[in-house]
Design a protein around this ligand. Structure first.
Ligand SMILES: [Zn+2]
Length: 246
């Protein structure tokens, strides 16, 4: 009898959850259809409960979901309601990193994905390169050179990779290049922290810097295939920085 008694609320809870997910999908669609205007109010709680035709409990569960996904947040008080928000790319990147760590992505798999994305990014960056883009690339190289002079020994600065990914003008490439580069650095760093060969790291930093200079030179010359070739070789060199089993 006890199990039967418990079955109803549990089933109801599951049903509510599914309903809340449906409502959160409708909220997402409404935000997108409205042009994702950050700061705009979708409606008051009362209005939205009526619009979506659900109970207050289900609606509040849906709000928790959209708040968690950083699409919108409920603002209380006069003039309040469900306010459209902007997803934080840092939170999204971190969630993707945590997920890939959990999925036990290998360094080889990481480098495969990075190579595909970054080589594609080179072609797009070359295609879209403007004068201000060239300035950004040169600034990135300059600050990297300064870092090395100041004794940066971590082997590889990722900033140039981020700049190239941004210049590609494709937010999907930018996001995943950042995620994979950061994750790779986490793994390399952990390995290096366990060892102690500062000189070797400094050489790696210099080699990476030279590779970056050569990649930028190809981009500035408008030679995308050469830039892609150099990027591929550079990523292979980074992959070889660790013991093969890592
Ligand atoms: Zn690099």
């Amino acid at each position: 009898m006890t199990s039967k008694k418990n079955a109803t609320p549990a089933g109801e809870k599951g049903g509510n959850r599914r309903l809340a997910e449906k409502v959160s999908e409708r909220i997402e669609k409404d935000i997108i259809d409205d042009g994702w205007r950050v700061g705009s109010v979708l409606g008051s709680e009362t209005e939205l409960i009526e619009r979506y035709g659900v109970s207050r409990a289900v609606f509040r569960e849906a709000v928790r979901l959209v708040e968690h996904q950083q699409m919108a947040a409920m603002r209380r008080g006069p003039g309040g309601g469900l306010v459209v928000t902007e997803p934080d790319p840092g939170v999204v990147r971190n969630a993707a990193r945590v997920y890939l760590r959990h999925a036990e992505v290998s360094r080889r798999q990481l480098m495969e994905a990075r190579t595909a994305l970054e080589v594609a990014g080179i072609a797009l960056a070359a295609e879209n390169l403007t004068e201000s883009g060239i300035v950004r690339l040169k600034e990135a190289l300059e600050s990297e050179r300064e870092l090395i002079e100041q004794g940066f020994t971590r082997g590889h600065a990722r900033n140039l990779h981020r700049v190239i990914a941004e210049l590609a003008g494709n937010p999907a490439i930018t996001l995943f290049v950042e995620v994979l580069a950061q994750l790779d650095q986490d793994i390399v760093q952990r390995e290096w922290d366990a060892e102690s060969s500062g000189g070797e790291h400094r050489d790696a930093a210099r080699e990476s810097h030279e590779a970056h200079e050569a990649i930028v030179a190809a981009l500035v010359a408008g030679d995308a295939p050469l830039g892609q070739h150099r990027m591929r070789r550079h990523l292979q060199a980074i992959a070889a920085l660790l013991r093969p089993e890592a």
